[in-house]
Ligand binder design. Structure first.
Ligand SMILES: [Zn+2]
Length: 142
């Protein structure tokens, strides 16, 4: 059986409490007591503050990563669905593919340009047809 002892609550001896008054960084509520490094009134405020200050939550970052993620999903979906890896431009755009967004370009010795959305890439064969490729062992910048 597991040890069923009650949760070990933090019950350090009081007496060295920091009574300096601080204000919660998120909501401004005064924090009367607590550890010296305490800067939020509760965990909800800490979570909200961290969320608001995470650069990944900037609207532009969200927008672009949404585009890239969607593009990759479409490429992967078509690559898995099609035995042949050639798809038409319409197939891509019908699914919402946006050609303006990609993560990197790979140029072959022949001069072909592969546009990648993460590990999924495409090569324009002509104006209407694209070859889909999946990069195994993808290394960013590699
Ligand atoms: Zn607060």
């Amino acid at each position: 059986m597991e040890n069923q002892s009650p949760l070990n609550h933090d019950e350090k001896p009081i007496g060295q409490l920091d009574t300096e008054i601080k204000k919660c960084l998120q909501c401004g509520t005064e924090i009367l007591v607590g550890r010296k490094d305490r800067v939020f009134c509760d965990s909800g405020c800490r979570a909200q503050y961290n969320y608001d200050h995470d650069s990944n939550n900037d609207p532009i970052v969200k927008f672009v990563s949404g585009k890239l993620t969607k593009n990759r999903k479409i490429l992967l979906q078509l690559k898995l669905a099609e035995q042949a890896t050639k798809v038409s431009r319409t197939q891509l755009t019908d699914l919402g593919f946006d050609f303006n967004y990609f993560t990197n370009i790979y140029k072959t010795e022949k001069g072909d340009l592969y546009y990648y959305c993460f590990d999924m890439g495409y090569l324009s064969i002509n104006d209407r047809t694209y070859l889909l490729v999946k990069k195994d062992g993808y290394v960013p910048g590699g």
